[in-house]
Design a protein around this ligand. Structure first.
Ligand code: APR
Length: 312
């Protein structure tokens, strides 16, 4: 069976980490794409990763390019093309620059790999997924955004740390937009099926929720740029679920057609990802407070989407 082809659009911090992990896991052959001015970086990272493959004994190829023809026929694309945050910036501040980039990416994806499963990572996430979907004409089942997996992982880690338990046993869910108004669902947190409230006091939980909401910004403040290890791992879990028809239930930005009371927009909800892409949007019961928080988050997403729609 031929190896799968995975196009990584953007060869920056997340793109490089994605390429490294994909080769290490032998998920498929990687094409690392960047703009012509950064083609050397893409090629250099690809070469470094291939030399590493000799050391770790993995059979998968990785090339760097600025030519979209090299992405032709990709099974999966993961889009990180765009500028990341600098300290003090919100994700929404990136919209002016990144909307132009996502449009270029969508036009090329439509031309060169119209059957790919597209995972969008660039920010402001929910608006970028919306624009990729609108512009590329990809079916809604073949487009989703990576945010909920990352935010839930942050929640999982903070909770494991607070409860002094293995991170493996903690289950969390963060819904809504990938912004300060995201909605960590504390009513669904468990530690191996035991309600997290049994191990973590409510004031501690409230502090953790605030830290999750600012989790990306905390790292930007420390490093001067945004996170890349966890974002790459989160996107890879989504790609794996598609490539191996795992049908995992994951919080991701998906196109809504009335679920949770919203339609014609992308926002973080629990979905099943399998060989057909986004196979199902799961509607879970939310508390009154969680419903109100989701509304606030959805309104924040709509404001940015409106900016995108008005951008010529
Ligand atoms: N096509 C391909 N690559 C592009 C394009 C384009 N049209 N425009 C920009 N790029 C490239 C940049 O040249 C850069 O190498 O995207 C890369 C982005 O890499 P970084 O600046 O290192 O950013 P990164 O940390 O990887 O984050 C990328 O994901 O999480 C989000 O907020 C983050 O929007 C940001 C994106």
């Amino acid at each position: 069976m031929a190896r799968k082809k995975i196009g990584l659009i953007g060869a920056g911090n997340i793109g490089g980490e994605l390429a490294n992990q994909i080769v290490e896991k032998q998920l498929g052959d990687v094409v690392l794409v960047d703009i012509p001015e950064k083609e050397g970086v893409a090629k250099g990272k690809a070469l470094d990763i291939m030399q590493n493959s000799a050391l770790i004994g993995k059979d998968a190829s990785c090339i760097g390019t600025s030519n979209w023809q090299d992405v032709a026929g990709a099974d999966v694309i993961i889009v990180t093309a765009g500028i990341p945050r600098k300290p003090g910036q919100s994700r929404d501040d990136l919209v002016g620059v990144n909307v132009g980039i996502i449009r270029t990416v969508a036009d090329n994806a439509k031309k060169y790999c119209p059957n790919a499963f597209a995972i969008i990572v660039a920010n402001p996430l929910d608006a970028m997924v919306f624009e990729f979907h609108r512009r590329s004409g990809f079916d809604k089942s073949k487009v989703c955004g990576m945010a909920g997996m990352l935010d839930s992982a942050r929640f999982q880690y903070f909770l494991a740390d607070a409860a002094n338990v293995s991170v493996k046993d903690v289950r969390t869910m963060v819904l809504g937009g990938h912004g300060d108004d995201m909605v960590p669902i504390s009513s669904m947190c468990t530690i191996n099926a035991v309600p997290a409230s049994e191990l973590v006091a409510s004031d501690k939980m409230a502090a953790i929720i605030q830290r999750v909401r600012g989790g990306g910004g905390e790292i930007v403040k420390l490093m001067g740029t945004s996170a890349y290890y966890a974002p790459a791992s989160a996107a890879i879990q989504m790609a794996e679920s598609f490539l191996f028809d795992q049908k995992r239930l994951m919080p991701c930005a998906a196109y809504l057609t009335g679920q949770y009371g919203y339609k014609d927009m992308f926002i973080g909800v629990p979905i099943i990802i399998g060989a057909s892409g986004v196979e199902k949007v799961i509607e879970v019961p939310l508390t009154v407070d969680e419903t109100a928080a989701l509304k606030k988050s959805a309104e924040a997403v709509m404001t940015v989407v409106d900016i995108v729609k008005k951008t010529p």
